[in-house]
Design a binder for this molecule. Structure first.
Ligand SMILES: Cc1cc2nc3c(=O)[nH]c(=O)nc-3n(C[C@H](O)[C@H](O)[C@H](O)COP(=O)(O)OP(=O)(O)OC[C@H]3O[C@@H](n4cnc5c(N)ncnc54)[C@H](O)[C@@H]3O)c2cc1C
Length: 463
């Protein structure tokens, strides 16, 4: 027997796309990370913006929490319905609405996945690409932008959220907001400029101020060829200088630095992995030479050298998204991994690397340290990743403790949490400049006066 709310929700989305059954609630109660589960009362899978508006109006009237969910892969508990209520699974809203080849942008629905846009572009617009993160292809574009994710073009153009060109958002009242050029033009070419940039009212809020129903993303030239080089050094104190030289060439597409104990070849070394692209062999070879020469002085001083990348390794390295992370966690055998990825200055690389080694040893955990460079050395995401076996509660607890120590370390080292857990959000708010926090309170109070949007996250009103 369905209650009034259940009946209303089933009417809005259709019986096939509504559930209040425990087996579905079980699935939507957890993510693949370490956070304890909490079940929703209802799950809905809407098919259009009007349904999302109706759900928001109902939830706002009845003061029921709503949690938007993409693929649920952020890992830090951001889609776990901490206060129950309604999980809005966005996966039916996955259409590619338009691609403007000449203006290099696409407009997609709020549940469209990374893999879908990539496949669409490969097939119909082979000279265009977007910034693909290394998450599984089911991860959604809107959620990745919501958490300020990073992808393959981040070294060149910044966070993936810097590469958007407009938003359509449903707020708690059920109203639709259009943000950017699309607010007054049929064309989605700018997220703000030259208007006031209002994207900050929504991005980074984890759905606590609104639900993205459409998003414009900038597209970039896709060259015919991609190649990779690896520079190896055992001088962690020189990594920031090396990155500075590499980014000065303006030739590199993406830079990732790895420090991990396995395979053996990686142990005690830092692998600076460099990706670059070109339309011709000449362009590729020219860029390769520029990249090589930029590090000449470190080669002369014997502080590092380029490793010839064996052809057999290249396809794995050039794969997008990179699958090595899932392998490292041995997910198929029931293993898991979680990472804390503070955004931090590149000169903190040695401190981060020493910290991950110290924690792996202290808690007896497998680890991988990975830094992705953001902008031209403007910052990096340093991923402190630890693997665990889900069947071993003690190991899960040790991983939790290690990640907790990473959070404290990141703040002390001047970093800012990325896709912050609820605990990290509290730590950030406790340290934040008071007037900034007041501004956040004003935004939250006005956009979500009843506190129904992903409650538990960015609970500024409670402070
Ligand atoms: C193996 C692996 C590798 C990864 N590599 C990367 C990487 O290279 N770069 C990177 O950036 N991330 C990476 N991640 C982290 C994460 O998977 C991605 O950032 C991913 O894009 C998150 O998308 P999602 O759809 O799973 O988000 P979810 O987990 O579903 O949602 C994230 C947040 O966004 C909110 N949200 C979801 N949809 C909406 C919407 N329509 N409107 C408003 N709010 C919404 C949710 O409530 C939640 O707060 C990786 C994860 C894994 C497991």
């Amino acid at each position: 027997m369905m209650t009034g709310i259940a009946q209303e929700l089933a009417r809005i989305v259709g019986d096939a796309y509504f559930s209040n059954q425990p087996e579905e609630a079980y699935f939507y109660a957890r993510d693949p990370g370490l956070m304890p589960p909490h079940a929703p009362e209802y799950v809905v899978v809407p098919g259009c913006v009007e349904e999302i508006q109706e759900i928001a109006r109902l939830a706002n009237r009845e003061k029921i929490p709503v949690v938007p969910m993409g693929a649920g892969l952020a890992l830090t508990g951001l889609v776990i319905p901490l206060r129950g209520g309604i999980v809005i699974d966005m996966k039916r809203m996955n259409r590619i609405l338009s691609v403007n080849e000449g203006g290099r942008h696409a407009v997609v629905e709020g549940g469209a996945s990374q893999g879908l846009l990539r496949a669409y572009l490969d097939r119909r617009h082979p000279r265009l690409r977007h910034s693909i993160p290394d998450s599984p292809p089911t991860a959604t574009i809107a959620a990745n932008v919501m958490i300020h994710g990073q992808g393959r073009l981040t070294q060149q153009y910044g966070f993936n959220s810097d590469m958007i060109s407009g938003l359509e958002v449903v707020v708690a009242s059920g109203e639709i907001c259009k943000i950017g050029s699309c607010a007054l033009s049929p064309d989605w070419f700018s997220k703000g400029a030259p208007l006031p940039d209002l994207t900050g009212l929504f991005l980074g809020w984890f759905g606590a101020t609104g639900i993205i129903t459409k998003i414009g993303v900038k597209l970039y030239p896709k060259k015919k060829m991609r190649d990779v080089e690896i520079f190896i050094t055992d001088r962690e104190d020189l990594v920031a200088e090396m990155i500075y030289e590499l980014t000065h060439t303006e030739m590199v597409e993406d830079i990732n630095v790895f420090a991990q104990p396995k395979p053996m070849i990686f142990k005690d070394n830092h692998h600076i992995t460099l990706f670059f692209t070109g339309d011709t062999d000449e362009e590729i070879e020219f860029k390769r030479k520029m990249i090589w020469h930029s590090l000449d002085r470190f080669i002369k001083s014997k502080d590092g050298g380029f490793m010839g990348v064996p052809p057999v390794m290249k396809p794995t390295l050039l794969d997008m998204p990179q699958r090595s992370v899932s392998r490292f966690a041995d997910v198929k055998k029931g293993g898991g991994f979680e990472y804390s990825g503070p955004i931090i200055m590149v000169d903190k690389y040695p401190d981060c690397t020493r910290k991950i080694l110290e924690l792996a040893e202290k808690y007896g955990l497998g680890y991988s340290g990975m830094a992705r460079i953001i902008g031209r050395s403007h910052a990096m995401m340093y991923g402190f990743a630890f693997t665990f076996n889900r069947a071993d509660p003690d190991m899960m607890e040790r991983t939790r403790k290690a990640l907790h120590e990473v959070s404290a370390f990141a703040l002390e080292a001047g970093g800012v949490f990325w896709k912050a857990t609820v605990d990290e959000q509290k730590m950030a708010m406790a340290r934040m400049y008071p007037a900034t926090l007041d501004l956040m309170k004003m935004i939250k109070k006005n956009l979500d006066p009843n506190g129904i949007m992903n409650p538990g996250n960015w609970e500024v009103a409670e402070l």
